[in-house]
Write a protein that binds this ligand. Structure first.
Ligand code: ATP
Ligand code: MG
Length: 553
């Protein structure tokens, strides 16, 4: 166990170090990630998972994935499955054990009875509206309910009746008896239980009363022996209630878990928040929760991000108490860094035009050597087929180039990457003026890697042998939002309309005649790509993970 506070440790590690040093807990360090199963996880959740899981690993502790499934209305088993899959993907050594808050409904109920017995909770007949109106404001105290001083016996009976279905939904609630004049509104006799007839995904119709989050959460943590209950800043004002609940329950008041808050992650050019993401899905703005443009973990996975890159991103941004927006280029940097030495490099032509080398023998095929990854020589070399006809990018040729255009134009010479110098001699256009074919001559003396070449050229372009080319569909994704920052209320108007471009006629070489879905490559000059799971025998589909450089700023 780590007991030394090092310079680089974050404020949460400092708290844990202190607790360890002072033997605050007689149990292991124990963290949890408690999603509500009401949507897919996003990159903000990834930050929370990495933080909680990372702390458990660092301190030889334990990490729980716990579904906070106390609200039966919005929950769905599809969300549960997706969340488990995402956590598994992100934390590959995780033991896979899953906990459900709903398994503690009985315990929460008996805890409520304990509070009633202690005179610390009462059944209130006021309506939700009345309770709200009696709550007071930040500057004025609340008003005590006329039902606040019911006897313990009466409260017990009424609460049991609530549980047994004697009353209509909303007819009564159980409230904590704390202080209607507390400066903290959360402490003004908060509601602990409500009556709600809804079928729960786990307990079906067993219960018609459901606990409120602020009451249920500390009990869930305590039942699981959590030591450090890490949540986001909006719960800071709820901490006194978290502590109050545990402090008044005999079983939990010794060594209670402690709540620690940190700032949520926000990313530029990215809409976060399950509610909004669900809207994008439900209203068809994206192709589902795992659309590669979505900031969901499943979206990033389909897009081609690696778990390592997301973990390293979460690590690099740190944890803090002050709210800020992280530049999305930090996330892109993390995936580039991860793939830089891992992904084989290859040439692919996304917008092809044919180039014919008129002085190259008609049927000759030559295999040219290329490093698989120039930044990782251990990956070795491969042989690339070359012939008289090749494909190059349409924008690597211009009939009338501007100044400083160093690629192909009539009369100019460029290097074909891994091959020869070619000089443009001629080209043809169709009726609309679109270039249909470019003609060149090559110089056999300029073969790449064959030693000294007296001549220099300024431009190098990539290509694919036409005879060996395979067709591929390439999907280019861009940022979801047009602006760096935006207002949540009108985010639909700010969606980037060009966030998905599908190119159907791309060319890759025949090394892709066999491949594995999920393999990642760098296409020279174009960025990093993954073979999408929609690929099959007749169709090769790539998603662009990220460009080689940020496309904006
Ligand atoms: P959203 O705001 O997207 O609806 P949520 O907070 O309601 O998310 P929960 O399922 O309740 O989602 O959250 C599970 C955990 O993830 C909580 O501990 C929450 O604090 C944390 N979390 C949610 N969003 C972020 C974020 N943007 N950055 C860091 N942690 C987050
Ligand atoms: Mg929530």
């Amino acid at each position: 166990m780590s007991e030394i506070t090092n310079e680089s440790s974050n404020f949460i590690e400092k708290i844990i170090d202190y607790d360890l040093k002072h033997h605050v807990y007689s149990r292991n360090i124990h963290t949890r990630f408690p999603p509500e199963p009401n949507g897919f996880l996003h990159i903000g959740h990834a930050k929370s998972i990495c933080l909680n899981y990372g702390l458990a690993e660092e301190y030889n502790g334990i990490f729980n994935l716990r579904f906070d499934d106390t609200n039966p209305v919005k929950e769905d088993d599809t969300y549960i499955e997706s969340i488990i899959k995402d956590v598994k993907w992100l934390c590959q050594n995780w033991n896979g054990k899953v906990f459900y808050a709903s398994n503690y409904f009985e315990k929460m109920y008996s805890c409520a009875l304990e509070l009633i017995e202690k005179g610390l909770a009462y059944v209130d007949d006021l309506s939700a509206e009345e309770i709200k109106n009696h709550r007071g404001t930040l500057t004025s105290p609340g008003i005590e309910s006329p039902f606040r001083n019911r006897t313990i016996a009466e409260n017990r009976l009424l609460f049991e009746n609530m549980k047994n279905g004697a009353y209509e939904d909303g007819a009564k609630v159980l409230r904590a008896k704390i202080d209607m004049a507390s400066p903290n509104l959360n402490m003004r006799d908060p509601v602990l239980y409500r009556i709600l007839r809804a079928t729960h995904h786990n307990t079906n119709d067993e219960w018609c009363i459901y606990p409120m989050y602020d009451y249920a959460h500390p009990i869930q943590d305590a039942v699981e022996n959590i030591t450090h209950s890490i949540c986001t800043l909006e719960f800071e004002d709820h901490r006194p209630l978290y502590e109050w609940v545990l402090d008044h329950l005999d079983e939990f008041k010794k060594e209670p878990p402690k709540q620690i808050e940190f700032a949520k992650l926000f990313l530029t050019k990215t809409m976060m928040g399950k509610r909004y993401l669900k809207q994008l899905v439900d209203e068809g703005f994206v192709d589902g929760w795992n659309d590669p443009r979505m900031p969901t973990i499943s979206g990033y996975r389909k897009r081609g991000y690696t778990p390592e890159s997301i973990r390293s991103f979460c690590d690099s941004i740190g944890v803090s108490k002050s709210q800020s927006v992280v530049d999305i280029s930090m996330l892109e940097h993390a995936i580039r860094e991860d793939l830089k030495t891992k992904a084989p490099r290859t040439m692919a032509v996304l917008d092809p035009v044919k180039l014919v080398i008129t002085n190259y023998p008609e049927d000759k095929v030559e295999y040219l050597e290329a490093e698989i990854n120039s930044e990782n020589p251990d990956m070795g070399v491969k042989q690339i087929p070359f012939g008289r006809e090749i494909f190059i990018e349409r924008d690597d040729f211009m009939e009338n180039p501007p100044n400083k255009y160093f690629r192909l134009f009539p009369g100019n010479e460029v290097r074909l990457r891994h091959a020869y110098f070619v000089r443009c001699t001629d080209f043809t256009k169709d009726a609309e003026g679109k270039v249909t074919e470019i003609r060149c001559t090559y110089d056999p003396e300029t073969k790449s890697g064959s030693g000294f070449c007296a001549r220099k050229v300024k431009g190098t372009i990539h290509w694919v042998s036409a005879k060996h080319a395979l067709n591929a569909e390439v999907r280019l994704y861009d940022y979801m939002m047009e602006d760096e920052d935006f207002d949540k209320s009108n985010f639909l108007e700010k969606l980037n309309e060009n966030s998905k471009v599908i190119l159907k006629d791309c060319k890759v070489d025949d090394s892709f005649s066999s491949y594995n879905q999920g393999d990642r490559y760098q296409f020279l000059r174009h960025g990093y790509f993954i073979i999408d799971e929609e690929s099959n025998d007749g169709k090769l589909v790539f998603n662009r993970i990220v460009q080689l450089k940020s496309s904006w700023k």
